[in-house]
Ligand binder design. Structure first.
Ligand SMILES: [Zn+2]
Length: 54
């Protein structure tokens, strides 16, 4: 039983961003997506990734 603190941190970071206002447009909010196969949080309106996990 090992806790992966790295992925846990990533998960909470992504979760904390979901629902936030987009930095790049006024209409969008951030939602969970995959961006080029990676976990990411992108704007539902302009699709700009706010954060991306490699
Ligand atoms: Zn946006």
């Amino acid at each position: 039983m090992q806790e992966t603190s790295r992925s846990g941190t990533t998960e909470s970071m992504l979760r904390s961003l979901v629902g936030d206002d987009c930095c790049w447009c006024t209409a969008g909010t951030l939602t969970r997506e995959t961006f080029k196969g990676d976990d990411a949080v992108v704007c539902e309106n302009c699709e700009t990734p706010a954060v991306r996990v490699w």
